[in-house]
Design a protein around this ligand. Sequence first.
Ligand code: NAD
Length: 442
Amino acid sequence: MSREVRAAPGNAVALGTTPRLPSYLPEEDRAPWEMFLAQIDRVLPHLGRLSRWADVLRRPKRVLVVDVPLRADSGEILHFEGYRVHHNVARGPGKGGIRYHPDVSLADVMALAGWMTVKNATVNLPYGGAKGGVRFDPAACSIAELERVTRRYASEIGLLIGPEQDIPAPDVNTGEREMAWIMDTYSMNSGASTPRVVTGKPVSMGGSLGRRDATGRGVVIVAREAMIRLGMPMTGARVAVQGFGNVGSAAARTFVEYGAKIVAVQNRSGAIHAPDGLDPVALTDFLAGREGSLVEFPGAHPIDADAFWSVDCDVLVPAALARSITSKNAPQIRARLIVEGANGPTTPQAEDILIDAGTTVVPDVIANAGGVIVSYFEWVQNASSFAWSEQDINLRLDRILDDAFGAVWQEARRLQLPLRVAAFLIGCTRVLEAHELRGLYP
Ligand code: NAD
């Protein structure tokens, strides 16, 4: 919202305006950030006196753009662009993953950091919101090249990260291996072994049991809670999953453990349909090391990428990239419940269409919070140099998500709001209260 800043009494000129968009964001790279702003706009009317602080949510606190040079195996020198954004740190250190993707942009990372601010506050973790990314194709790199990119990027963002400042974690195309390299690089540069600087590490070097499947498991815990309230039985529920990576595959396995069946899967390579249900463990094994071949999975038949959206199912889990459910495919969707495993998979226009059609959309900021919750457990375990059992972790994860979802559901019912607006209202209220209490420095 563009707003004039009034001159103090006696001043002849106005101080200026608070622009809606930061000037450093190029015109061709605004869509993801505009989507986050549109979501913030929907919560503003409900923020009461705190809305006077709302502009802090409309601009990231700090943005770092770095050059990441790579000496390729061929000897050629390449340069990639890297980002680390702190959207807000009013409630604690920045927390958010690192994405490697040829299309990742500054606006993407800003929006993802904004969603981390809201998510961490909605589930009440003592963190702010951050995110990072490097714009390159990791699939085109050797492991040695990936290690060099990761270590150089980690050194460049060393200005911002630290166990009490900003704690990265995995996101698309990064995982335990990259976290180990970042932990080692930070430790070598700082002269002290610092496991707490990242989460999502291998268990053998301070990672947490249960972290690998935590986001997918969280998706199912939240789906379970929504289904109880909607009167939908879990046993036999038909689930379609878009994206079969870390989040999608773990969600599919957990759904089957809970008695549901997976009737359709889509990934980068195509889509398959299995009306009687498919075995997600067998699919994970089948795909290991050959991401191109989903459509050849025995026991399911290939369908068009487009047809995936109209598959007859009860629950749909988008767990790939942002903006995959748009006003184009939303009218085709037959699921009664959508649980957002990915960040930002539903555009605001698509969400309006779905809600009008009676579909319940459980937003990303609660649906995929399982990963950051267990990341928080990892950070706490590292601080006390003590490891919890997997059972302990899963129980605590269940309790936090159950409570947080219950609060969001209740707020939505109380104010007659969509779940996303209710979740944003809870999260943004906590963030803005922290701002108000801390005050403006100086
Ligand atoms: P991943 O790289 O492990 O898997 C991504 C999956 O999406 C792959 O199966 C890939 O084939 C598929 N995909 C990519 N482009 C596609 C397309 N155009 N159409 C269909 N499928 C496509 O990534 P991930 O870690 O599982 O993350 C998936 C989403 O979940 C992202 O939005 C991420 O931000 C979000 N998320 C991840 C975590 C985590 O702990 N990993 C936590 C919270 C949210």
